[in-house]
Design a protein around this ligand. Structure first.
Ligand code: EPZ
Length: 417
């Protein structure tokens, strides 16, 4: 196991480029299963989760290789239809093979992902939608068995706007017979990126990015050529880093159109946010003003930025109320922040953050991907040294993050525990 050591109290300055978006790359790479041939996807980030995708695609019989920074997937006759438990439990997004396998082969056997640190995260809405499209779904020893001679179009209403559910059903519907309408669909930018990729493969997807997505099924699709969008959550993380260290960072590749809520809240907190050509520049405030946030589906404040923003509010000049409305257990970073001197109390989905004058470095433990980012941000601002263990959580979603922070003037080292 590895840990990272942060010598805090340094103001970050300079320019950093964000990598391709993990949460766009994952569904996109599974969409390659929909069409035989050689697919080439650019700007795929080198992350642990992408390595898991490589394993899963290879298990299913696809050939995967990197040509410099180009991710190449050769899809022929798939020899396997099973996404095994050991891969799904390390990355729950593996359930996104369900739609493509069902659409292409008429069958799929995918382990139920089980819970995770931030919540139960069921996939009932994915399965309900696939059944509406004609799939027969059974549960067998912790696996979802799905079969369908040929999926047919359906009108599907999501009780909750689920990102993964919208993506799974968009992919399934692209090869179904007839038209599918997804209502109360998720609107995240990563869904728009997936729709653009599917349409490049010959699919007919309209309305992605709005609550109603219409997919007209086609008989076959062609190999994909696509460049993954920039990672808006990584961008937001660096923007908060500028705010929490009173720094001045230009985040290359950040798209303001994907970060409206985050930009607005950073400005409320007193940061100067300048939207430039090809990126966003953030100058941190001398005093962080307290700001209330409520996480809700896009275009609301993203749940994936909640932990990072809480680190900033821990140093606010007043009290901030943070409501986490998307996941039921996404406050795991609170007790670690408290070890660093933060004054936070939790009541159900609501955290009350009373800003303190300063945080103190301490040994802390990462519990999930965005909690790890939160602890790095707190460590950057804290006096003396912070040690974060279990950084494998961090490596799932951030590419070479200590190198990027050190290029901005941070002092972070990675050591073996
Ligand atoms: C995606 O997860 C992201 N992961 C998450 O990012 C992100 O936090 C989440 O969307 C919300 O934006 C990827 O894209 C790989 P959901 P997903 O289905 O698709 C409930 C990160 O840090 N729900 O939109 O799993 C669910 O329990 C990760 O990068 C059902 O009840 O999220 C949750 O409360 C963490 N039944 C809510 O909906 C279902 O069938 C939103 O989940 C599906 C979801």
């Amino acid at each position: 196991m590895e840990k990272i050591i942060i010598h805090g109290g340094r103001r970050l300055r300079g320019e950093v480029r964000v990598s391709g978006a993990k949460n766009a790359a994952l569904p996109l790479l599974f969409a390659t299963l929909l069409a035989p041939g050689v697919h080439r996807v650019d700007n795929v980030p080198r992350l642990r989760d992408i390595a898991t995708v490589e394993k899963l695609l290879s298990t299913l019989g696809a050939g995967v290789s990197w040509r410099d920074d180009l991710f190449e997937v050769e899809v022929g006759e798939l020899r396997e239809v099973e996404a095994p438990y050991d891969l799904v439990r390390t990355m729950r997004a593996s359930v996104l093979v369900l739609g493509p396998l069902l659409a292409r082969l008429g069958q799929a056997r995918v382990s139920l992902p089980g819970g995770c640190a931030i919540g139960a995260r069921p996939i009932n809405l994915h399965l309900k939608g696939l059944e509406a499209m004609g799939a027969r779904i059974t549960l067998d020893h912790g696996y979802v068995e799905a079969r369908a001679k040929r999926l047919h179009g359906a009108r599907i209403y999501f009780d909750i706007p689920t990102v993964g559910g919208t993506e799974n059903l968009m992919m399934a519907a692209s090869l179904a017979k007839g038209t599918t309408v997804l209502e109360n669909a998720a609107c995240e930018p990563e869904i728009v990126d997936l729709a653009e990729a599917l349409n490049k493969m010959g699919a007919r997807v309209e309305g992605a990015g709005t609550e109603t997505v219409t997919i007209e099924g086609v008989d076959e699709l062609r190999p994909l050529r696509h460049t993954v969008m920039a990672d808006r959550i990584e961008a937001g993380t660096f923007m908060v880093a500028a705010a929490i260290t009173r720094g001045d960072i230009r985040v290359e590749g950040a798209d303001p159109a994907h970060l409206g809520a985050v930009i607005s809240k950073l400005r409320e907190a007193g940061a100067e946010v300048i939207e430039e050509q090809g990126g966003v520049r953030v100058r941190g405030p001398r005093r962080v003003l307290p700001v209330d946030i409520k996480t809700i589906p896009h275009p609301g404040f993203p749940t994936d930025m909640q932990a990072q923003f809480m680190a900033l509010m821990s140093l606010g000049s007043g009290t901030s109320i943070i409501n986490e409305n998307v996941f039921e257990n996404r406050f795991m970073h609170v007790c670690e922040l408290q070890r660093m001197g933060a004054d936070i109390s939790i009541e159900g989905h609501m955290a009350t953050v009373k800003g303190v004058r300063g945080l103190l470095g301490a040994p802390v433990m990462a519990t999930d991907l965005r909690a790890s980012a939160c602890l790095i941000l707190a460590g950057l601002a804290a006096e003396n040294t912070t040690e974060i263990s279990r950084v494998y959580h961090l490596d799932r979603g951030y590419e070479r993050i200590e190198e990027k922070f050190n290029s901005l003037g941070a002092a972070i080292e990675r050591v073996r525990e």
